[in-house]
Design a protein around this ligand. Sequence first.
Ligand code: NAD
Length: 293
Amino acid sequence: MTLLDGKYVSNQIRDEIKSCVSSLLSAGGKAPHLAVIIVGHDPASETYVANKLKACEQVGFRATKIALPETITEQQLLSYIDSLNHDDDIDGFIVQLPLPGHIDETKVIEAIDFRKDVDGFHPINVGRMTLGFSSFVPATPSGIVELLRRYGIVVAGKHCVVVGRSNIVGKPVATLLMQKGMDATVTICHSQTRDLKALCLAADIIITAVGQPGLLTADMVKDGAVVIDVGITRVDDPLSPKGYHLRGDADFDAVAPKCSFITPVPGGVGPMTITMLLKNTLQAYHNLHNNNQ
Ligand code: NAD
């Protein structure tokens, strides 16, 4: 069994991005600039945003955090988005989700200029990705594909079972894996799927993105399968300094010995996600400066 070390791979990619930024600067250009809007004080969102800003700093990007109060109206938020859409100094930006209940996430996603939508959530980017055109691809699915690629795991002709059908992980990763060039045969499972165990047992590659620790047990995994565990759940742990520890969807200790490859949680898909956001920001920079490489 080989651990798919997302931290290691993501550091490799960050080094590559860093050297691109150095070349841009030595050619007299500016560093790519990412803006992040956060509304309210959700602790998990604040951690994600802090990690994104830190990653920008690590690769030499400029980063701007726009922290807005929980009480902001939808219209005020849409005005901030409009000003970022028209700000030539911002290459790409994201609005950290989830948003407070009084704000319509769909309206917010649709308000972002798709050319600056480095989260890849805008319907134009989703449509273009589905058609196999160039687009911003959501960070978690593209991180999964990159992890598979860098470990030389061939997916062509393999049966991939994706557990979870969210717009940010399940659906886009299934779309990417079945594209021409990736060529996997994909089954998508969700909360209403019957006999998840039988479907998982038939899989060469299982990608689980549910958020239920222990959902994937050893008797659901065939010998030699690849398991990509996207789930991240905080489980109370009074012995940990933080008061919790993170768990994936797989019962890791029992599942891992059956696998050819498996991602740990934490340290698997998580670090790849932020790194692919950086890649998208670099792509936005090149697109906007007509400098495609
Ligand atoms: P979501 O809540 O939007 O979707 C969960 C999906 O799981 C749904 O499609 C639902 O149908 C399915 N589901 C629920 N119960 C099921 C069951 N018993 N059997 C099969 N399917 C079931 O979640 P999401 O936003 O896609 O996130 C999923 C998990 O991945 C969460 O733990 C989240 O924290 C994590 N996540 C991690 C990263 C990362 O960078 N590693 C990024 C995004 C999400």
